[in-house]
Design a protein around this ligand. Structure first.
Ligand SMILES: [Zn+2]
Ligand SMILES: [Zn+2]
Ligand SMILES: [Zn+2]
Length: 211
């Protein structure tokens, strides 16, 4: 506490803001009640700028601190706790995203939707315009928590939709239309290619396309 109880406000010498002493300024000596003459914001900015000006120092310090805490950070208990928090956060985001996109497969002929259990474990996020490869190439927010966060921040853009895994995969392999909606789609390029490959006896090696 300040020695002089009357002094409760101070004007920052750098930015000129007048703030409550105990909230707006860092204490430098608790016993004597000394506070900085620049406000907390200005102190923070000055410190950040210092670390930015001294990258080698920042790196060395970070490595030293990490080395000191490494065993602790990598211990099973800490890792388990961290993983659990990530799982919970992802689930929390997923519930919001799925609810916003209707909580069911959006293919109108989807058997899972018509006769299924509506189990959300079958659901995936689909790129409506089949441009998932582009956002994957751009990186950032193409899967998992990052994607959910992006959708929430973007207020659930309609370039995404929910599809069950069958519809999503079928749509990708059928040139952008779910095979449920395209019963005569056997002539489409991808399917005939797949059938050819099966006919030749070599399994079609193709990475799963989700969106
Ligand atoms: Zn200031
Ligand atoms: Zn479906
Ligand atoms: Zn479908």
């Amino acid at each position: 506490m300040p020695t002089d109880p009357k002094v409760t406000y101070r004007t920052c010498k750098k930015c000129g803001k007048t703030l409550l002493l105990v909230d707006g300024f860092w204490c430098t000596n608790r016993v004597r009640g000394w506070y900085r003459h620049e406000c907390r914001d200005c102190t923070r900015k000055r410190n950040h700028a210092w670390w930015r000006r001294n990258p080698e120092w920042a790196k060395a310090t970070a490595q030293r601190q990490y080395a000191k805490r490494r065993d602790y950070l990598l211990s099973p208990e800490v890792r388990h706790g961290a993983n659990e928090r990530i799982r919970q956060r992802t689930a929390y985001f997923r519930v919001q995203v799925y609810a916003a996109y209707g909580n069911q497969c959006q293919c109108p002929q989807c058997p899972e939707r018509l006769h299924g259990t509506g189990n959300p474990l079958f659901l995936t996020i689909d790129h409506v315009n089949n441009d998932g490869h582009l956002s994957r190439r751009r990186g950032g927010g193409s899967a998992g928590t990052d994607l959910y966060r992006k959708l929430i921040r973007g207020n659930f853009p309609d370039t995404y939709q929910l599809l069950c895994f069958s519809c999503n995969l079928g749509k990708a392999r059928n040139g952008g239309v779910c095979p449920h909606l395209d019963p005569d789609g056997s002539s489409t390029r991808e399917q005939s290619r797949t059938l050819q490959a099966i006919g030749r006896g070599s399994a079609p090696l193709r990475s799963l396309h989700c969106g």
